[in-house]
Design a protein. Structure first.
Length: 221
């Protein structure tokens, strides 16, 4: 648990302003936290995070936070997911036999590991606070899944995947490159599958993100 307790300066990266505002409402006036918008998608998120880590003060922990899709049967709308692994699910090559990941191609890794003690501690704290939460792999995709077929294919390729969003891997690679531990925390706004943005429960997810940020402030004390 030492990693968590020693985190004195925490950088939180969200993709858009409403997520940033939700995090700020949750953490209140705690000046250990710097909360920034990194943009939508892994490339903007990586570039923003790398710049902040290179030119600003030093940080002990980077947290990628925001709303996300949840895999049906794994993470319900309104619940929280703490990434046990941050995986870029579309970084690789399409082959006649199916998708080959960066790892399978021998070009590095499409997955950034996360400190499992920190993941457990944060997930437990959310649950103790009465927030529905679980840990599990969170996928990063440049293209939001919009069909049942793609959702099924992702679940087949990544058994146990809990959520998908668009920034985690970018933030995580920048943090990893700077030697700073990383967490990804997602509040589920929609089920992954056929695209219907009118069904996204963004308000509920932002409320869950705010509550999670309030607990995070306490657990990192
Ligand atoms: O319209 C709004 O009021 C609003 C408020 C807060 C956030 C948004 C977004 O659209 C955020 C985009 C952000 O959300 C992630 N996300 C959410 N669901 C999914 C999904 O099913 N698959 C992939 N990504 C998802 C993603 O990280 C985007 O950056 C709107």
């Amino acid at each position: 648990m030492e990693d968590v307790q020693k985190a004195q300066r925490i950088l939180v990266v969200t993709s858009v302003e409403p997520e940033r505002e939700a995090v700020l409402r949750g953490i209140g006036d705690d000046d250990r936290f710097t909360v920034r918008i990194g943009g939508v998608g892994p490339i903007a998120a990586a570039a923003s995070t790398a710049r902040i880590l290179a030119v600003e003060e030093s940080f002990d922990l980077v947290v990628c936070a925001g709303i996300s899709g949840g895999f049906v049967g794994q993470a319900e709308v309104g619940s929280l997911v703490v990434a046990s692994e941050i995986v870029c699910a579309d970084l690789g090559a399409e082959t006649a036999e199916g998708f080959s990941s960066l790892d399978e191609l021998g070009f590095g890794s499409a997955s950034v590991p996360v400190d499992q003690r920190m993941v457990d501690r944060v997930t437990d704290a959310f649950m103790k606070a009465g927030l529905p939460a679980r840990k599990g792999p969170v996928l990063t995709l440049s293209t939001v899944t919009g069909t049942a077929e793609t959702a099924l294919e992702l679940s087949r390729r990544m058994p146990g995947a809990a959520a998908e969003a668009m920034e985690g891997y970018g933030v995580a690679v920048a943090a990893q490159d700077a030697g700073v531990p990383v967490l990804e925390i997602r509040a589920v706004s929609n089920a992954i599958g056929p695209r219907d943005k009118s069904a996204w429960r963004i308000k509920d997810a932002l409320a869950a993100l705010e509550a999670a940020s309030s607990v995070l402030r306490e657990v990192l004390r």
